[in-house]
Design a protein around this ligand. Structure first.
Ligand SMILES: NC(=O)c1ccc[n+]([C@@H]2O[C@H](COP(=O)([O-])OP(=O)(O)OC[C@H]3O[C@@H](n4cnc5c(N)ncnc54)[C@H](O)[C@@H]3O)[C@@H](O)[C@H]2O)c1
Length: 267
């Protein structure tokens, strides 16, 4: 594997970078010499993260941007090109979840989560890919989740569904974009210490799936893994090696795999 872009001197746009994994990735990229455009629906958070980066000698600007708004994404692209002159790295990182038994989650909630978790990446593709393809150089990072590779989370079905879609889209894009000079990374973290719980909405009685006990990591670890993946041109980034083993076991015999999670327990 080889890099598609050098991080030093590149311009990177990171969405949802006011907190958690996006914030940590913005820091890691800036530390390695990128100029970062920190965006978030929460403008105060974005401004504050850009301030943290510049306070330690990094280069960053910020913009308030809701990833459900295609015009706002276009404004971010134009800001980056106008203020920083070029653009190489795009990290689509926003994701939200709602929890509850599948039959309790309202249709409108599904629509909202599909808008944020999945169609935001589609919007980003429409805004940024023409630019990256024209220059024949770049790197796209899509934040999916281990929930995009494994489907334990029946208590968060729109999340599992949209993250699976992001994994599929990202893999397909890698096949298209790599021969055209653009690297693609699919970030599939397991548990990460962030503020994600802040925006969870809950429905119905809690229904807790059996799920494997994978290690939880700090967001800073994930930020470094993202920067490493860009430096090496790597596609898949996991934060728990156990996920890889489980993907293999599931692929080998999916019926046996499902049985292993359901036998003897209706939950
Ligand atoms: N934390 C985990 O355990 C974990 C595990 C796997 C995957 N992920 C994924 O990592 C990504 C980042 O999550 P995090 O854990 O860092 O969460 P976080 O809540 O700490 O950060 C997410 C940021 O996104 C912003 N945001 C929310 N809606 C937005 C919108 N419509 N437009 C723009 N910004 C918006 C929030 O303001 C927040 O600053 C998500 O895609 C999430 O699904 C997280």
């Amino acid at each position: 594997m080889t890099a598609f872009v050098e991080i030093p001197g590149s311009v990177a746009i990171v969405s949802g970078a006011g907190s958690g994994i996006g914030r940590a990735s913005a820091h890691s990229l800036a530390k390695r010499g990128a100029s970062v455009v920190v965006t978030d629906v929460n403008g105060e958070r974005a401004e504050s993260v850009a301030g943290e980066i510049t306070a330690v000698g990094g280069a960053a600007i910020w913009a308030q941007c809701d990833v459900t708004d295609g015009d706002a994404i276009e404004r971010v692209r134009d800001l980056a090109l106008h203020e920083l002159g070029h653009l190489e790295i795009v990290m689509n990182n926003v994701g939200v979840l709602a929890m509850g038994p599948p039959e309790t989650l309202p249709f409108e909630l599904w629509q909202r989560i599909i808008e944020i978790n999945l169609l935001s990446v589609v919007r980003s593709n429409l805004v940024y890919l023409p630019h990256l393809l024209a220059q024949g150089r770049g790197h796209v990072v899509n934040t999916a989740s281990a929930s995009g590779l494994l489907a334990h989370g029946f208590d968060r079905l729109p999340y599992v569904t949209t993250k699976h879609a992001v994994v599929g889209m990202t893999e397909s894009l890698a096949l298209y974009l790599r021969p055209r000079g653009i690297g693609v990374t699919c970030l599939c973290p397991s548990g990460v210490v962030t503020n994600i719980v802040e925006q969870i909405t809950f429905f119905g009685e809690p229904a807790t799936p059996r799920s494997p006990d994978h290690p939880v990591v700090e967001a800073e670890v994930v930020g470094e893994l993202v920067a490493d993946a860009i430096e090496t041109g790597r596609f898949l980034v996991l934060t728990a090696t156990e996920v890889q083993d489980e993907v293999v076991a599931r692929a080998r015999d999916i019926d046996a795999y499902i049985d292993s999670y359901t036998q003897g327990d209706p939950a």
